[in-house]
Ligand binder design. Structure first.
Ligand code: DGJ
Length: 724
């Protein structure tokens, strides 16, 4: 619910348990008042501290610099006196920078408007506040949007810039959100990693200066994640305060927490300003992507559950949004590039007998693609490998009772491809320079309008040729050589963002024209696991590292923000192809069950005793999947912290059942059993575990005793059910 008090000039946004308050300072500037636990009171204008000497916003502007440098701002701008991190920088036709954005008007409306060409949260039960600010001399207008949904604790922010002047201006920086607060000796939490090691949690103290997490790779990246949170020192899974931001965008981003001289903290998030310059003609507008803000006063656990619910209910779309996904077997780790129709059908036959529901043919089915050296862009079926053609293969797989899925890497072009030989100008490139290759490939210049149609038609031709029910959309290298032979000189700075808009347009067209298709995004493992991608695909491949133990940290960092039903997780063969580790088949299955379950192996080639376990594993997955899909996630313990075991729990919304995943990474000598405290249950209720009765209160406060498992890398699932 959103209110405006005409007398106090205060806007108040209430979610289920939080309040976000902003107001007009000096009747002019849009200042931040409060964000935190829900407040009934609306009389909060005093928090702007306008009466306090010496930071008086003098009517004669004598102390304007001091005022702007201390006022908590909703959207900061540089050049007039605020020396903290700026949200917007614009250069005029005269080459000058500097803005003074002041309040013009506002509107409050029911619902939430879609964002122009960008992924965004949606929902009719929303309410939105839109504030218009203007820089009078240039006519630049900035529209700040804040939305809330009745069933969510998130506040969603976005920004639109309109050039209301008479001449073109250049936007050099447009952040999407800014949060100014008093310093509370915060820690900063972010997610870092690299290929095969995505989204490891990193917590550090915020000192004076800035703490930055960013990507300039043209993708949200393995390396950093578009997420940043401030935590009070006492913050744990269940206690303490969290202020979090997550960016609904899949390209370059900057997230910064800045501790400033007057012991205030500013947090900003948006498109990375480096390599960004957007020409805005008179009358044109620029829409910046949205940021999801979450406040929790019950630690990280509540934050995670807020993100999960928001993404499940207000971001993911399409047929599979609330459906349990088919159990798939993927040909990548099973065969890499070495397959043909006969082998795929033999694999599928065995898989079908074991209860696997879909065969995904990964990289290697097109052009002359027998290694990763070429053919990207030549999306025609290699009939030497797939004798009889794609339709024959798909029909045969369907005849086994299985669905069929296919892999694409639509954004790329190999120098060794017919496409590149015909159109060398279609790759991103800098004039007079040899392009930087990665995995022997270049990136297509998707800012060219004909490129989007070309890529789309190539994809559609394949999809229309057979009964294909799933697409894995891969992207295996970062963007370099950020230059376009299509864009004019004064628009080259738009390339990285235009590239992302084109990817979004392609996926929008794909999901609109093929509404029954299950789309899984992927980027060299999990380099594009972000909310932007979730808008188009209900699941995303989490990491190329399929080792059950490495996956614990990767999945923990991913679960911190994203529902388990979005996390692509497969059982692979051992020794693991990435780290060479050998783990029990049961453990690999249990770890993969906390995601969209599948196999990344050739079931004919694994040991018979493992193969025999597959039907039971699938049965277990099907049993737990509805709870995993819809339930509340609680992190009980982290292997990253204790170096011994990992434990997490999913509780049904009505608290009638729960499932606990316990993975003992290392065994220890000389202990009999371990005690874990469950969370999220009904205190007064009685629950059954393995036929024994426990009160919810006992399970949560005193704990559950788990008998010691013999050996390393052991795992178990514990079922908790309400006693009827
Ligand atoms: C990277 C993906 O993460 C893998 O699963 C696989 O699809 C390869 N690309 C294929 O090139």
């Amino acid at each position: 619910m959103i209110t405006y008090n005409e007398n106090t000039k205060i806007f108040k946004l209430d979610t289920k348990t939080t309040s976000y308050v902003l107001g007009l300072a000096d009747d002019k500037y849009v200042g931040h008042v409060y964000y935190g636990k829900k407040l009934e009171s609306t009389d909060l204008g005093y928090l702007l501290r306008l009466e306090e000497p010496p930071f008086v916003p003098s009517k004669n502007l004598r102390e304007k610099v001091t005022f702007l440098d201390t006022c908590p701002m909703e959207y900061s701008f540089s050049g007039s006196g605020d020396f903290r991190e700026s949200c917007i920088t614009a250069t005029t036709a005269e080459g000058q920078q500097g803005l003074d954005l002041t309040y013009v008007s506002h509107r409050i409306y029911t619902g939430k408007e879609a964002l122009d060409s960008l992924p965004a949260t949606w929902g009719a039960d929303g309410e939105t506040l839109e504030i218009t600010m203007e820089d009078e001399p240039t006519g630049i207008r900035v529209l700040l949007s804040y939305s809330v949904f009745a069933d969510s604790d998130a506040v969603i922010r976005s920004v639109k810039v309109i050039n209301g002047g008479k001449e073109a201006v250049y936007l050099d920086r447009v952040m999407s959100a800014c949060l100014d607060m008093d310093n509370e000796n915060y820690d900063v939490l972010s997610l870092h990693g690299s290929w095969a090691r995505e989204r490891h949690m990193e917590r550090q103290s915020l000192g004076y200066g800035s703490c930055v997490t960013e990507s300039l790779r043209g993708e949200s990246s393995h390396q950093d994640h578009p997420f940043l949170a401030l935590l009070t020192k006492n913050c744990t899974q269940a206690e303490g305060e969290v202020y979090a931001m997550n960016f609904v965008y899949s390209g370059n981003f900057l997230a910064k927490a800045q501790r400033c001289q007057h012991d205030t903290v500013r947090m900003v998030m948006g498109i990375h300003p480096e390599n960004f310059r957007w020409k805005l003609e008179a009358g044109e507008s620029f829409q910046a992507p949205e940021v999801v803000c979450v406040y929790s006063d019950e630690g990280l656990g509540k934050m995670s559950r807020t993100f999960h619910d928001l993404y499940r209910n207000h971001l993911i779309r399409g047929k599979y949004k609330d459906q349990i996904r088919p159990v798939l077997v993927n040909s990548w780790e099973a065969a890499y590039f070495d397959f043909d129709t006969e082998q795929l059908l033999a694999l599928a036959k065995q898989a079908a007998e074991l209860g696997i529901e879909m065969l995904v043919m990964d990289d290697g089915w097109f052009g002359q693609r027998n290694s990763d050296e070429g053919s990207l862009g030549d999306w025609t079926v290699n009939e030497e490998k797939l004798k009889g053609g794609l339709k024959y293969l798909v029909d045969e797989v369907n005849a086994l009772g299985m669905k069929f899925g296919i892999w694409f890497e639509p954004e790329m072009i190999s120098p060794d491809s017919d496409l590149y030989r015909a159109h060398p100008d279609w790759a991103l490139q800098l004039k007079g320079r040899t392009g930087s290759m990665a995995r022997a490939q270049y990136v297509l210049d998707l800012s060219r309008p004909e490129m989007v149609d070309y890529v789309y038609e190539s994809l559609c031709a394949v999809l229309r040729s057979a009964n294909i029910e799933y697409v894995k959309w891969d992207m295996n290298r970062p963007l370099t050589d950020i230059g376009s032979t299509y864009l004019p000189a004064d628009r080259q700075g738009e390339l990285s963002h235009r590239y992302m808009l084109a990817v979004y347009e392609l996926q929008e067209r794909l999901t609109r024209d093929f509404p029954d298709l299950l789309l899984e995004n992927c980027s060299s493992g999990g380099a594009r696991f972000d909310p932007g991608m979730l808008y188009y695909s209900p699941q995303i491949w989490c990491s190329d590292d399929t080792d059950a133990i490495e996956r614990l940290a990767i999945q923990e960092g991913t679960q911190l923000l994203y529902p388990l039903s979005t996390i692509g997780a497969h059982v692979s063969d051992c020794p693991n192809h990435t780290v060479g580790r050998v783990t029990p088949f049961e453990t690999r299955g249990i770890v993969a069950m906390a995601g969209t379950f599948g196999y990344e192996l050739d079931p004919r080639k694994i040991p018979a005793e493992d193969r025999e376990k597959i039907p039971g594993q699938i049965e277990d997955y099907k049993k737990y999947a509805p709870l995993i899909q819809k339930g509340d996630y609680y992190r009980i313990s982290s292997y990253q912290d204790n170096h011994l075991f990992d434990c997490y729990e999913i509780v049904s919304k009505d608290k009638s059942e729960a499932v606990v995943f316990f993975i003992q990474v290392l065994n220890e000598p000389n202990y009999r059993s371990r005690k874990i405290r469950l969370q999220g249950l009904e205190e007064k209720a009685t629950y059954l575990i393995d036929g024994k009765s426990y009160s919810g209160e006992a399970l949560m406060s005193a704990g559950l005793i788990l008998q010691r498992l013999q050996g390393d890398f052991q795992a178990q699932i514990i079922e908790v059910r309400l006693k009827s």
